[in-house]
Write a protein of this length. Structure first.
Length: 372
């Protein structure tokens, strides 16, 4: 596998053992692997990438803006708030960042077809990236997956199996499938690299004090912490932002574990939230995400669906177009400020993982329920 000079290989987030780039899980303990860089070989933030540009599978992912929301900063009593608008990625979500390096790794391993379970956005991103690479893709999505995701998987040339039920049913169908494909499922080590790419971009302008991220599988939380820490170890920044994991209160295995002091997340028996991308009962990188949040002196927060929807509507009125997933970050920011986790001098970034237009039906229904 052709990688950048700074990449030493992979390292286990659980036991710390190293592994070759071709590995998918720690060969010693089965833990989640993450890209491992040599800080002495990282002279600039641009070098924090696992693959050279000439081999990377790309649909021009990244380069998303930070949109200032001064009215929310005033409301929460902090110095500055900006929304990192990941909905501006090519297929409209942060999944583009997460899947791009995983698909690149699969292609370098000779894959002719990739597969992943997904709540929707991941299958869409995988289909688009596979099309760019000239290979096939197969997404396993639950019947609750939004129509726009199902349609665009096919528009991008991807194959798809719609599984009756919820996300865990799609995961089971993926695991039990006898079809031939290279897996790029949640927990893949190079999906973590997508979070590292986001971390690098957040640091490029100025170093925030806190980053609030709506968490699903936890891979992005791991990537954020790894990216921030690597930049500090390489001497490129002087501090590491605090990371806050926000989840809907009915599907909060990571946030609940962080707050309770547990080292591993407890599976949620019946997750039920309107935020489909976050309705994940067993996060694939849960334990690693919990450790990542704690390593930055961050914490978890949970919010209910009503606050999520109101956060989304308020966020749109403040400027950036956020949907229910991004509304989770707005509601989380409010909850964290009320709990005293955010201070008067803080520069805060809220991550909007999904374009508001993908979740507009939820916001419209919310407004109609209020008689608007």
């Amino acid at each position: 596998m052709e990688t950048t000079p700074a990449l030493r290989g992979l390292r286990c987030t659980a036991c710390g053992e190293s592994a070759d780039p071709d590995a998918t899980r720690c060969p010693d303990c089965g833990g989640v692997l993450a890209p491992d860089y040599d800080p002495d070989a990282v002279a600039s933030l641009d070098e924090v990438r696992p693959f050279p540009e000439d081999v990377a599978v790309s649909i021009e992912t990244g380069g998303t803006p930070r949109v200032s929301v001064p009215s929310l900063a005033a409301e929460l009593g902090v110095d500055r708030i900006a929304v990192a608008d990941e909905g501006r990625n090519p297929t409209g979500s942060l999944a583009d960042r997460v899947l791009a390096p995983a698909v690149t790794a699969a292609v370098q391993q000779g894959a002719e077809r990739i597969g992943t379970p997904s709540t929707g956005n991941g299958a869409q991103a995988a289909a688009a990236l596979a099309a760019r690479a000239g290979i096939e893709s197969k997404g396993f999505v639950p019947s609750r997956c939004p129509f726009v995701n199902k349609a665009m998987v096919n528009v991008h040339g991807g194959d798809m199996r719609v599984v009756e039920g919820r996300y865990d049913d799609a995961v089971a169908a993926f695991a039990d499938s006898d079809e031939s494909f290279t897996g790029v499922a949640p927990g893949h080590p190079f999906r973590v690299a997508g979070g590292m790419a986001l971390a690098v971009e957040l640091l490029a302008d100025r170093v925030p004090d806190a980053v609030v991220h709506p968490a699903s599988h936890g891979e992005v939380l791991v990537g954020l912490e790894r990216g921030f820490t690597l930049a500090a170890e390489a001497g490129l920044v002087e501090s590491v932002p605090r990371i806050y994991a926000v989840q809907p209160d009915s599907a909060a295995p990571i946030a609940d574990a962080v707050r309770s002091g547990a080292s591993t997340p407890a599976a949620v028996d019946h997750p039920d939230t309107i935020v489909g991308p976050l309705e994940v009962p067993e996060p694939a990188a849960g334990a690693a995400a919990i450790a990542a949040v704690r390593a930055t002196d961050g914490t978890g927060a949970t919010v209910d669906d009503d606050d999520v929807l109101q956060g989304a509507v308020d966020g749109c009125e403040m400027g950036p177009e956020v949907g229910a997933t991004g509304g989770t970050a707005v509601a989380g920011g409010r909850a964290l400020a009320a709990a005293g986790a955010l201070g008067a001098g803080d520069d805060v970034v809220l991550v909007n993982p999904v374009a508001g237009s993908k979740e507009g039906d939820l916001l419209r229904s919310h407004l109609m329920s209020q008689g608007l």
